[in-house]
Design a protein around this ligand. Sequence first.
Ligand code: UDX
Length: 446
Amino acid sequence: MPLKLTVIGTGYLGATHAAAMAELGFEVLGLDIDESKVATLARGRVPMYEPGLEDLLARHVAGLEGSTGRLRFTTSWEEVADFGDVHFVCVNTPQKQGEYGCDMSYVDSAVGLLAPHLRRPALVVGKSTVPVGSAARLAGMLRELAPAGEDVELAWNPEFLREGFAVQDTLHPDRIVVGVASDHAESLLREVYGGPIAEGTPFIVADYPTAELVKTAANAFLATKISFINAMAEVCEAAGGDVAVLAEAIGHDDRIGRKFLRAGIGFGGGCLPKDIRAFMARAGELGADQALTFLREVDSVNMRRRTHMVEWAREALGGSFLGRRIAVLGAAFKPDSDDVRDSPALNVAGQIHLQGGQVTVYDPKGMENARRLFPTLGYAPSALEAVRGADVVLHLTEWREFRELDPARLAEVAGQRHILDGRNALDAQLWRKAGWTFQAMGRPNA
Ligand code: UDX
């Protein structure tokens, strides 16, 4: 009998994982405590912007015309426990209010609500990003609460997907990492990932703490790489160098690599910032805080970029935002996403607004979420409308749409032809040719 899978939590991670597993041929039941989310997914709709995900849902959600019917959604823990051989826990682990640590309440409550219904053998697989030590604790919780006792096991299988590439990253991962406490758990996970995903994909078997740490270490490394290049941007600005050329030149060294070396206003989103903070907090609890003090610097270089952008914009306006109009291109924390959690773009827009600037934001997909989070900012229905009458334009999220803008057309409506590229992604020559004063971060501003 093929394994039956369940996915608990249907956010970015869970909805994508559920759809991808159905694509691989498994029967999948997704659970969320949010009834409206379940109803939306059951109609084949995705409550967020994630390219390719609706196509996968259309192919597999039961009841949709022409679908395989392999994917269903529910709010019932009992149904999930009866249905599944393997249960993937994909719930959110946000930063705790007012402190660095990770809020484990969603994971704890998911396991706590599932466990009492587990009356037959099952493998519970955590995918959420958690502080090291969580898996061992949750395994104990399962042993205590599950009626099937020893027949219920736990594994940890971190997920490395990027928003905007969630489907692609899930179906074609760089590597699969599983933290297991038994051969049986390993063989079940090999069965899940044994099909097309496994071909040529490294399958790394580890213990619980190593598997948990792989995820936090990977995110800490990525954050460090971005802050490193942003620190170089600061030096370039002071010395008159060009950080984009520098990044390209060091990136050609294979040991360094070219990816994640784009200097700008830094990293944001629901993962990197909170993950490095949670990592520091956990290391402190373990008495290993010294090992990660450098992450404090990574975090502060990153936050400094946002303030630097604000100061740079103020300077461009002659020292004050009062009575000035600022067009902000970008609200999402990165392109191809509608996610505005800890978005550097919105943070900059918010700071300028608080300092008296009249800010107008446009983003191709993030407008609704931005409006909800920052209702007092101004919003425009297009880049052109945001730029209309602006004294300065800030490019803060590098959407393709912005790279394809016609600077000559924008020049006709702008108040002042002055643009600051906070993402080092626009073609300086093109803008300058159209009469704009163009400045980019960490680059000489001829
Ligand atoms: C990240 C990890 O990449 C992923 O493996 C993990 O599972 C979750 O966290 P994500 O948050 O979707 O994924 O975004 P990512 O593409 O990593 O970008 C993070 C932030 O870094 C964005 O704000 C982006 O704009 C910024 N960034 C990225 C830079 O500032 N410079 C770069 O060179 C690359």
